[in-house]
Structure formats: structure tokens, C-alpha cells
Design a protein around this ligand. Structure first.
Ligand code: DON
Length: 318
């Protein structure tokens, strides 16, 4: 499927991309809707004005507007790449079986969603499924597992990434709910061992610092059949890309995933740090960072800017 998508699609024309990116940047620069996440104290401190757009095509062209240097924490966007790591290591069936690939219909850190099916019928884009996916990454100890995850994110971004230590400390001190989620998934046998270690590594992965260009490159790698268009490295087998995109389409924007897919057709993933990335298969990856979020936990400006740009460039694959 990935190969078929690639031959039938082509990257957009440079002039059209520049026009669309600049127009969306200007249109939403003065929009002040939404609010930074504050349940992780460090996120409330991030400048709400930070706003950057990046689009990377499958043939390696990079287009940007606004602030593409400042880093925010990747947060839930990390879930895509840890799931991809598990699929790369263990095959797509592993994720299909556990945590599953179905929408929960509940918020991203819902305990009701776990109880409903005793930890089954879950997906790797919500916290219980994501902590489970982290627990499935190969490695014999904390450092080895963590090293594999961080290196893998760096392969997608095309540069070595690092943790924003203040964000990690802030979330680690306040993530009792995620600790409970990890233990509950362990109690139901979905996490096999060391639930506290899995939750801590998950917390660290959420604190990885990224800018808009990093996120767009990560998305472009998925758009390009798993090959990073800037480094030329094959990061994920092309055969496994459709499975990753399917889970993103199902649950990437949580409760609003259906609305998002209806409006754009793009598999995407948001994070409470304010980033959203989206994938137009065979064409481009795009990302926007802007910390203020709507009620569902998705960046307001990022949703609007990505939808405008993608729709202007025929990004919708359907
Ligand atoms: O586990 C958490 O709550 C955060 N580290 C990540 C949540 C998140 O990004 C949800 N996104 N919209």
C-alpha cells in the first residue's frame, strides 16, 4: 500500500507551498484562542506566542514560517514513534494484539477506558496504550530501552534529540495518574513487568525537545514510506507505514480525531506541548507548534494552519 501511494502521489509545487505556508502563518498569527496545558506545571510556563510552521516534502524540500528554532516538549506525539519502534522490532501484529488499535471514545488519560474492557480494546495514542507500547520496546535495562527510543526519534527527526530536563522533572513529580494507569495495565496483564519503569520511560519520552522542523521531518519520513527525506535513511519498513498511519487516523487527535479526519483526511498526532504533525502520504509531512490548546487538548492554531495548508495543496489522500 505504501509503495502504491508513493507512485500515485507527487510533492506539491514550491510556489504553491510557499504561498500556502505564509498565508496560514499570517492568518493565525493574531489568533489568541485556547490555553497552555497546565496540569504539567512546566507547560504553563511556555510562551503562548511561540508559533512556527514547517513543511517537508518527500523530495526533501523544507518550507518554514515563524519560529522554527524554539523547542517544546514532544509530549503525546512521541506515542507515534514508540509504537513505530515496537512495530519495527516485533511486527504489526504485536500492536494489534496489545494494546490494540481501536478508539476508546474517552479522554487520553481515562481510567474508565481501561476498566471498560479490562485493559483491552485500546490504542497506543492514549496513555494506557502508550505506556504499554513503551513497555514492549526491547532492551534489558532502563538505559538500554531509553537509548533505543531516543535514538529512534532522532532517526525520524534527522538529528540527535535530547530531553528538556525541566519538563521531565515537572511531569515526573506530578504524574501520579499515569503511574496508576501503568499499574492498572500491569494488573490486567497488558504490561508484562516493571510498570513503574515503563511509566517513567514514557514520561521521559514525552519530555523530548523538538522544534517545528523536527516534527515536520518526522512526519515527512512517514509520508515518504518510512525513509527520512533529508538523511535518506530507511527508518521504518515501508510495509509498516500504513499500520502506523491507521492508528494516527483513528486516535491521533483524541476525541476530535473523527472531526479532524473529516476536515483534512490526514493521519496526525497532537501533543499537549502545543505541537501537531500530520502526514500526506507520498507528498509531505507538516507540523505546527503553538502551545494554546482547545478543550480536547489539541493546539488551536496548529489545527487551523495545517488544515488550511493541506487543503490548499490537495493533501487529503481520499
Ligand atoms: O502523559 C501525559 O499526560 C503527557 N505526557 C502527554 C499527554 C498529551 O500530550 C496529550 N495530548 N494532547
Amino acid at each position: 500500500l505504501a509503495a502504491a501511494v508513493q507512485v500515485s502521489a507527487a510533492p506539491p509545487e514550491p510556489q504553491a507551498v510557499e504561498t500556502a505556508v505564509n498565508a496560514a502563518y499570517e492568518k493565525y498569527r493574531t489568533l489568541h484562542e485556547g490555553k497552555n496545558a497546565d496540569y504539567i506545571p512546566a507547560l504553563a510556563q511556555v510562551d503562548p506566542e511561540l508559533y512556527g510552521i514547517a513543511l517537508v516534502t518527500v523530495d526533501g524540500k523544507v518550507y518554514t514560517a515563524g519560529d522554527i528554532r524554539s523547542e517544546v516538549s514532544i509530549q503525546s506525539i512521541s506515542k507515534v514513534f514508540t509504537m513505530a519502534k515496537v512495530i519495527e522490532e516485533s511486527g504489526p501484529q504485536a500492536i494489534f494484539n496489545n494494546p490494540g488499535v481501536d478508539a476508546t471514545g474517552q479522554v487520553f488519560n481515562s481510567i474508565v477506558a481501561i476498566e471498560q474492557y479490562k485493559g483491552a480494546e485500546m490504542n497506543a495514542m492514549v496513555n494506557p496504550g502508550a505506556i504499554t507500547a513503551t513497555s514492549m520496546v526491547g532492551g534489558t535495562n532502563y538505559d538500554e530501552i531509553w537509548g533505543r527510543i531516543l535514538d529512534y526519534y532522532g532517526e525520524f527527526a534527522g538529528r540527535k534529540l535530547a530531553v528538556l530536563e525541566d519538563v521531565y522533572q515537572s511531569e515526573a513529580a506530578t504524574n501520579q495518574r499515569n503511574q496508576a494507569i501503568g499499574r492498572l495495565m500491569y494488573a490486567y496483564g497488558r504490561i508484562k513487568d516493571n510498570p513503574d519503569r515503563a511509566t517513567d520511560i514514557y514520561t521521559r519520552q514525552c519530555a523530548v525537545g523538538v522544534n517545528a522542523r523536527d516534527l515536520a521531518t518526522m512526519a515527512a519520513t512517514l509520508a515518504n514510506g518510512g525513509r527520512n527525506p533529508l538523511t535518506g535513511r530507511q527508518v521504518l519498513k515501508p510495509d509498516y507505514v500504513p499500520e502506523v498511519l491507521a492508528v494516527m487516523a483513528t486516535a491521533g487527535l483524541y476525541d476530535d480525531s473523527g472531526k479532524w479526519l473529516y476536515l483534512t483526511g490526514l493521519p496526525a498526532k497532537s501533543g499537549v506541548g502545543g505541537g501537531i504533525l500530520a502526514v500526506s502520504p507520498g507528498k509531505f509531512g507538516i507540523a505546527v507548534i503553538s502551545p494554546p490548546l482547545d478543550a480536547a487538548g489539541n493546539s488551536v492554531r496548529a489545527q487551523k494552519a495545517i488544515a488550511d495548508i493541506s487543503n490548499a495543496l490537495d493533501g487529503n489522500p481520499y
